[in-house]
Design a protein around this ligand. Structure first.
Ligand code: GAL
Length: 687
């Protein structure tokens, strides 16, 4: 994906900052919650911990503008000056995620309304309506004031617009915006009526004013309406982001502008947002109590890198210990905090930033961990924070470096949204579950994958896995087909390509645009009442929930159903082409062992190499530039042979022949080809 230059000016590279500071280390700091006497102590402690960047101002609007139009920024001047004098750079936030109470009090329609018409109250955060002209005027006002005052402040090295955009509002103002968005998308009511299939249930629209957002309704809503509303809601927020970004770019050219995305978050199409950010930033909160926590964080890291076209990204938020928003908040141990932080760096982040620097004493997040706990610096957690700051300084060799990946894992927000619509054959085909299950064997085998949208440039990848591309835009078909046509491997998962870009069924045998490539086709989706035995090249398994009535058309079957109504029906089909390329279609919700066999088959067919081979199970390996990271996710100590003579950048120690990697331990090994070879480094570690 090429980074586009937006009208507000040129994208500013992160490299200008990281080449000076190395890996960015720090997090959100909320000095407005503290007596100013605490600020110098904070800055001194930051320095001691190796913190080199803090995000300031995220939720400080009511401290910056206590009444409409009355700015109080003297305290922020002092804060920025302290930080600058202390050598800590600032990621300055526009505080627009949470307007002060005066806005809602004075302009009630500036607050969002939910599907059932209930207007959000003040007293929490993120209650604004993204369409409200009053909110937008006020947001532009405070953002503009900050930009004017601090645009050339030497401490401010990055800008952070709002926070975790994700509001969805169903008010009348948003309804108007939805109609305008639909007019641009569809051009005419006839086109909209055709796209949404409004002949069904007498839904035909004769006037744009008749259209409303998908509010509470008596029964199943029109899925085309819902899908377009999801897209609209993401675009509406993106417009808000752009407006402030362009203010910053005009006043502070060369300073990177970003906002923190939230991984697989349902309300923003992050793949479409990423090109609008100078650097992709992500908030990651893996649950240390979740056995899949490692896997899920790695997947989200690979998304951050993938949607940014492989560029280094910024881990903007993570927890140092526990969060406060799960029912039972198991804290990270210091070793786990370090492991998660280093995983992000290994997978392409040039930053390890946290929520937050100093634990709040009051408010809704007083039970959330911080780099500096309420108990103070004389704590195990804070000592670990200092130690981590020191070792991050030794990771300069990876700053700016790329993570080679030969595999693309395709994920698309529209497709996810369409697959989530109710009234489908089954609710057991969860897109994120499928993505996770197809990622699992890649992760276990240390095969690095970029998570990318279907419209990304797929030419760098030898293997393209699309676990469930339920909806496929016509415009994306050629790029996907080209994978096989140029000699690479494309694997489509169950229920793929069932819909067109409007969410309408694609008629004909499925997956209609790809049947020739995969050497087979289907005619019926079959939610299963009871498990079905399958066997073939991929082994013998039982398929529990979902199968598809396929047949081979010039291809071969990799798995065939045995017994029952599907007896003899191929469930996974493939075809190898003269180009050398291979297409595969898996028309079943496969159990983990079968998914593992399928992915292994595809990896072998594509000739993709892992980042490192011969490692004990549970040792995660990622190569970034001249460094091979090894992360112990097993929960126990792991003996590693063959590392003799290798240098670990984190400790600057040269390793002996037999190394024991402690639980949650990490090694950052300098590789011999420090210039960074091509993708993959299969072979013995000491080879
Ligand atoms: C994020 C948010 C932070 C803080 C954090 C707590 O979603 O951006 O402001 O609330 O969660 O985990």
């Amino acid at each position: 994906m090429q980074q586009r230059t937006a009208p507000g000016g040129a994208p500013a590279p992160l490299a200008a900052l990281t080449s000076e500071l190395g890996v960015l280390y720090g997090g959100d700091w909320s000095p407005e919650q503290w007596d100013p006497a605490v600020w110098p102590e904070d800055v001194a402690l930051m320095r001691e911990a190796g913190v080199n960047l803090v995000t300031v101002g995220v939720f400080a609007w009511s401290s910056m503008e206590p009444e409409e139009g009355r700015l109080e920024l003297g305290w922020l001047d002092t804060v920025l000056d302290h930080l600058h004098a202390g050598g800590v750079a600032v990621d300055l936030a526009t505080p627009t995620a949470s307007p002060p109470p005066w806005l809602a009090h004075r302009y009630p329609t500036s607050s969002a309304v939910d599907r059932s018409g209930v207007r959000m109250a003040v007293g929490s955060r993120n209650h604004f309506c993204p369409s409200s002209p009053d909110y937008r005027r006020a947001a532009r006002g405070i953002a503009g004031a900050l930009v004017e005052r601090y645009g050339s402040h030497p401490a401010v090295r990055m800008w952070h617009i709002g926070n975790e955009f994700g509001q969805v509002c169903f008010c009348d103002l948003c309804a108007d915006g939805f109609r305008r968005w639909l007019q641009v998308r569809h051009g005419s009511l006839d086109a909209l009526n055709a796209a949404w299939g409004t002949a069904f249930w007498s839904q035909r629209y004769a006037d744009w004013q008749e259209i409303v957002p998908p509010r509470v309704a008596p029964y199943i809503r029109n899925p085309g309406q819902s899908l377009d509303h999801r897209r609209f809601a993401s675009d509406l927020l993106l417009g808000l982001y752009r407006e402030q970004r362009d203010l910053v770019r005009a006043a502070a050219p060369g300073v990177p502008v970003t906002t923190n995305l939230m991984g697989f978050h349902p309300h923003t199409d992050d793949a479409r947002w990423a090109p609008e950010l100078d650097v992709v930033s992500e908030d990651h909160y893996p649950d240390p109590a979740d056995p899949d926590g490692h896997l899920l964080q790695a997947l989200q890291d690979d998304l951050a890198r993938g949607i940014g076209g492989g560029r280094p990204w910024v881990q903007m938020e993570q927890a140092a210990g526990g969060v406060n928003w799960r029912p039972h908040n198991v804290p990270k141990t210091p070793a786990r905090m370090r492991l998660d932080s280093l995983r992000a760096v290994a997978r392409g982040s040039d930053a390890s930033l946290f929520f937050q620097w100093r634990q709040s004493l009051a408010g809704a997040e007083k039970w959330h961990s911080a780099l500096l706990p309420a108990a103070g610096p004389d704590t195990r957690l804070h000592r670990a924070v200092r130690a981590h700051g020191a070792e991050l300084r030794r990771l300069r060799p990876v700053v700016g470096a790329r993570v080679p990946a030969e595999v693309a894992l395709v994920f698309d927000w529209s497709s996810w949204w369409a697959a989530q619509e109710p009234a489908a054959p089954s609710d057991r085909l969860d897109v994120l579950d499928l993505l996770r299950e197809w990622y699992r064997p890649l992760h276990a085998a240390n095969v690095t994958a970029d998570v990318v949208p279907p419209w990304a440039d797929l030419t760098p990848y030898r293997l393209v896995l699309a676990p469930q591309l339920h909806l496929v835009e016509d415009a994306d078909v050629p790029g996907l087909r080209a994978v096989v046509e140029r000699g690479d491997v494309l694997v489509l998962g169950p229920w793929s390509a069932a819909l067109d870009g409007h969410g309408r069924l694609r008629p004909g045998r499925f997956p209609a645009p790809f049947t020739d490539l995969v050497g087979g086709s289907g005619e019926e989706y079959v939610p299963l009442a009871a498990p079905v035995a399958v066997e073939g090249v991929l082994g013998a398994h039982r398929v529990g929930d979902w199968a598809e009535r396929l047949r081979t058309d010039g291809g071969e079957a990799l798995l065939v159903a045995r017994g029952g109504d599907l007896d003899g029906v191929p469930l996974v089909v493939t075809r190898r082409h003269a180009s050398g390329g291979t297409g595969v279609y898996a028309g079943a919700l496969l159990p983990p062992a079968a998914t593992g066999a399928l992915v292994a088959h595809a990896v072998a067919a594509a000739g993709v190499a892992p980042a490192a081979a011969g490692l004990p199970a549970g040792v995660e390996a990622v190569r970034r530039g001249p460094v091979l990271f090894l992360l112990n996710t097993t929960g126990g100590p792991v003996p590693l042979d063959g590392l003799g003579g290798r240098r670990d950048l984190l400790t600057d120690a040269v390793l002996g022949r037999r190394q024991v990697l402690e639980p949650d331990g990490v090694l950052a090994l300098a590789t011999s080809d420090a210039a960074g070879a091509g993708p993959g480094t299969a072979g013995p570690l000491d080879g």
